[in-house]
Design a binder for this molecule. Structure first.
Ligand SMILES: O=C(O)CCC(=O)C(=O)O
Ligand SMILES: [Fe+2]
Length: 268
């Protein structure tokens, strides 16, 4: 497990997202791509499950989702609560997504909530966190996920009529916000990590050279849950014991804490 560097902490706190370029080698990417192009819908089975607790991200997730006393050798100190894959051929349009590419968050960070980005006592707690594995080359401005950097710490609303809306719907500043959003270019095998309190959006895939082939995994604190788990006990049992603990029940109090996954200790 690689610890999160001070540079990564600085930029994650400042912007709400970081990119880890070229984490995977070409030889490592090939079987993962074959699974996604072959129809894998999530990252729970096959080789793709190795991405769930890949050593390049576990140190970062431990830093931004856990407290030191809960960091153990035999279990992960954070939860995985969702996964999906996407294949977007050249010409794919954001209208294929339910949200039509509307910039959104999990919950608006202007009001307190359990999924919110926080910093206290010199530590980050990132709430619902997304890890995106890009298995094909990405060129900025041609369809990657985009971010309104810094918006995870916004104190004022997005300008829309409903302060509880988890998106910028009907804001008179929509175009100005879209124009301010950042993207990234990266080689295949790179990872983007962002807090879901950050305004972010899906975009038309206009890159004519290759499809987008990406895996989106969602993580949270061992004490909180946003997504309903969509994963069978049998698939979890096919994972190594430590990886299984990503899916244990969402609680902690008790002798020895909550360190093992089992059929009657699973997040539902
Ligand atoms: O499809 C995309 O690029 C955006 C994905 C997204 O909204 C998310 O991961 O929460
Ligand atoms: Fe999203």
């Amino acid at each position: 497990m690689l610890p999160m560097t001070d540079e990564q902490k600085f930029f994650f706190d400042l912007r709400g997202w970081i990119l880890l370029p070229a984490v995977l080698t070409a030889a490592q990417i090939e079987p993962l791509k074959a699974e996604v192009y072959g129809g894998a819908r999530q990252s729970y089975e096959g080789k793709l499950q190795e991405l769930l607790d890949h050593p390049a991200i576990t140190g970062i997730l431990t830093e931004i989702l856990a407290e030191d006393p809960f960091v153990q050798e035999d279990c992960h100190s954070f939860r995985c609560e969702g996964s999906f894959t996407t294949v977007r051929p050249p010409g794919w349009e954001k209208s294929e997504r339910g949200d039509n590419g509307l910039p959104h968050v999990v919950r608006p960070p202007q009001q307190a909530n359990a999924m919110r980005y926080q910093v206290a006592g010199g530590r980050i707690f990132a709430g619902l966190t997304r890890v995106v594995w890009e298995l094909e080359e990405v060129k900025e401005g041609q369809g990657c996920t985009t971010f309104l950097s810094g918006s995870h710490k916004a104190h004022f609303g997005y300008g829309g009529p409903n302060k509880w809306a988890p998106n910028i719907a009907d804001s008179p500043w929509e175009q100005a916000m879209r124009d301010t959003m950042d993207g990234y270019s990266c080689p295949p095998g790179s990872v983007a990590i962002f807090t879901e309190s950050l305004i972010h959006a899906a975009n038309d895939w206009t890159n004519p050279d290759n499809p987008r082939c990406a895996v989106f995994n969602a993580y949270n604190s061992v004490w909180s849950q946003w997504h309903r788990t969509n994963l069978s006990h049998d698939i979890i049992m096919s994972m190594p014991p430590k990886r299984r603990t990503l899916f244990r029940g969402t609680w902690q109090l008790g002798a020895g804490g909550n360190r093992e996954y089992s059929q009657d200790n699973r997040a539902l």
